[in-house]
Write a protein that binds this ligand. Structure first.
Ligand code: SAM
Length: 245
């Protein structure tokens, strides 16, 4: 799988990613819990609390690569059930799980699930007060296109927030994290999802993603201002925040 990813072109990369998420859709949240030791929940809460959506009707957000709607539900809850969200994902299996779950939990009046590609959003200009993307942008072949699209669909004054794996900056933790990534995660993938290759691929995609500073400059290039970031768990993940003016 390492060899595959190294030679893969954009289409192959996207096809590979699609395949992974079709396979894991139903077990996706369980896998997240196992692989992050439950930390992904704290990281997602940190993103939503940094966003702090207003508790008033009419505030709109789009959660890109929103998968099973986990982030979107947290945002709606934090807004006192006022926010209106669009959950966009390239993968119909993830969206299906998300839409079912939203209905069961009574979030269906707040959330719309649509299939689409982060690189070319089928959404009008200047529509949203916030654009969020969690553990998604790493999977998009052309990150610069996704960022340009984020900028386009935000209203002036709109907020961009991205949660993604990043570069560990704590001595000692980096070695532990390597063992976890290259040994434990593929093993968990094999045991729980019966798919070692896909999880090796995901680990590799984390390592290839730009670090905090480089990603911040890409966000700036897309036209955003006031780009800042916060590290989570020693940089295992980071949240980048920026504004469109
Ligand atoms: N945001 C969710 C969360 O945090 O639980 C899901 C994250 S999951 C790791 C990555 C998601 O990105 C998958 O649902 C996948 O289908 C989606 N994805 C991958 N490439 C995409 C693209 N080009 N456009 C939109 N979504 C994409």
């Amino acid at each position: 799988s390492y060899g595959f990813a190294k030679v893969a072109g954009r289409e192959e990369k996207q096809a590979r990613v699609n395949d992974v998420f079709h396979k894991v859709a139903r077990r996706y949240d369980l896998m997240n819990d196992l692989m992050s030791g439950g930390l992904h929940r704290l990281w997602k809460d940190a993103m939503v609390s940094w966003l702090s959506p207003p508790r008033r009707p009419g505030w709109r957000f789009v959660d890109v690569a929103g998968g099973t709607g986990d982030i979107a539900q947290r945002i709606v809850r934090a807004s006192g059930d006022n926010a209106e969200g669009t959950v966009l994902d390239i993968n119909a299996s993830m969206l299906e799980v998300g839409a079912e779950r939203a209905k069961k939990r009574g979030f269906d009046k707040n959330l719309t699930f649509i299939e689409g590609n982060a690189e070319a959003l089928d959404l009008p200009d200047e529509t949203f007060d916030a654009y969020t993307i969690a553990f998604g942008i790493r999977n998009v072949p052309r990150i610069d296109k996704a960022l340009a699209e984020a900028h386009r669909v935000l209203k002036p004054g709109g907020r961009f927030l991205c949660l993604e794996f990043s570069e560990v900056d704590v001595p000692g933790l980096d070695r532990l994290y390597d063992v976890w990534s290259f040994k434990a995660i593929p093993a968990i993938g094999e045991r729980v999802a019966g798919d070692r290759d896909s999880y090796e691929y995901l680990v590799e995609s984390i390592r290839r993603f730009p670090n905090q500073a480089n990603f911040a400059s890409m966000i700036g290039v897309a036209g955003f201002e006031r780009v800042t970031h916060r590290n989570l768990s020693g940089g295992i993940a980071a949240i980048h925040s920026a504004w469109k003016f």
